[in-house]
Design a binder for this molecule. Structure first.
Ligand SMILES: Cc1cn([C@H]2C[C@H](O)[C@@H](COP(=O)(O)OP(=O)(O)OP(=O)(O)O)O2)c(=O)[nH]c1=O
Length: 198
């Protein structure tokens, strides 16, 4: 079946994920499901994003069942940023955003995204790790970026697809993965659920 022939459930409030899937030709229906996104003690970034993608998919699947919705694949994902083993989620406030952007200034970090697709008890998960390098940032640049409001709903306090693009000197890996949904890995998993791309 082609991507357009069938819909998936999207257990995500991220506008970026919706845009990427729509761009891939996938029709979707949003499912609301919330989970606790705390990092467990000693958990590394990949273990964390894979666990969260699975948990978001499980919570979404529960909603599908509780509402008696027709069975079809459900997709969930989680993105985080990691540098020297430290996990950077969404900034809690302006000071937190400043701390993150200062840490990334003139250095490399990794953006990690795990995507999970679930139907019934069958779940598949893939992870993409992308190396991102920032130019050295001045305090005034950081402040102007914070004032734009862009950092606050994004892991690592920046959006590669937005104004932070000018901070980035190099990426090695998946651009869409940094944005929140790696297209290659997503197409691979959905392929295993019967979708065809393009
Ligand atoms: C690093 C980076 C992250 N992000 C976003 C992608 C994700 O939406 C967000 C990371 O938070 P997530 O918790 O992965 O996702 P979310 O809370 O937005 O949505 P949901 O849990 O409902 O699926 O950061 C960008 O948009 N651009 C970037 O360059």
């Amino acid at each position: 079946m082609s991507a357009q022939d069938s819909r998936i459930y999207l257990a995500s409030g991220s506008p970026r994920r919706r845009e990427i899937l729509t761009g891939m030709g996938v029709s979707l229906e949003r499912i609301h499901a919330d989970i606790d996104e705390s990092v467990l003690p000693g958990e590394d970034a990949i273990t964390y994003t894979e666990r969260l993608a699975r948990e978001k998919a499980a919570a979404g699947w529960q909603v599908v069942q509780q509402c008696g919705l027709p069975e079809r694949p459900l997709l969930a994902a989680d993105t985080t940023v990691v540098q020297d083993g430290e996990i950077f989620g969404k900034p809690a406030d302006e000071a937190d955003a400043r701390r993150m952007l200062q840490a990334f200034s003139g250095r490399s970090h990794q953006a990690v995204t795990s995507v999970a697709v679930r139907q019934g008890d069958h779940v598949e998960v893939r992870t993409s790790v992308t190396h991102v390098t920032f130019k050295p940032l001045g305090e005034d640049e950081i402040q102007r970026y914070i004032d734009s409001g862009e950092p606050f709903d994004k892991a690592g306090a920046y959006g590669i697809q937005g104004r932070a693009a000018v901070f980035i000197t190099r990426i090695d890996g998946s651009y869409s993965g940094v944005m929140g949904l790696p297209i290659h890995e997503t197409a691979q998993i959905l392929g295993n659920f019967g979708f065809q791309f393009p």
